[in-house]
Design a protein around this ligand. Structure first.
Ligand SMILES: [Zn+2]
Length: 109
């Protein structure tokens, strides 16, 4: 098992997923993002949502914006709706998935 070059603790469980950055061959590079799981429609991927503030200069106020992305979920990690997870950018795994979950469990409910 490798740390995948990430500054996050490796999962306690093991898996044999080829797309797992810790136990498989997925290489992570690029961005590391944190978001909340809003949907887990399949066994192997989740949809996460990130909220951020966008400034409107004319009114000197912020508006709340949100963006979503899909991320691959390796079997060694457990993420349910409401969990805050960290995802790392990897190569495109499918049409809409080019991120993989690397840390999970911190529930903010
Ligand atoms: Zn794994």
């Amino acid at each position: 098992m490798s740390s995948a070059g990430l500054a996050v603790p490796p999962p306690k469980r093991s898996c044999d997923d080829d797309r797992c950055p810790f136990h498989g061959h997925a290489k992570v590079r690029g961005r590391l993002l944190t978001g909340k799981v809003v949907s887990s429609p399949g066994k192997s991927f989740v949809v996460i949502q990130m909220e951020y503030l966008h400034k409107i200069r004319k009114y000197n106020r912020f508006e709340r914006r949100r963006s979503r992305l899909s991320a691959h979920l390796p079997p060694c990690l457990n993420a349910q709706e409401g969990d805050v997870v960290t995802v790392a950018e990897t190569r495109p795994l499918s049409k809409t998935i080019s991120f993989v979950v690397v840390e999970s469990g911190r529930s903010r409910a």
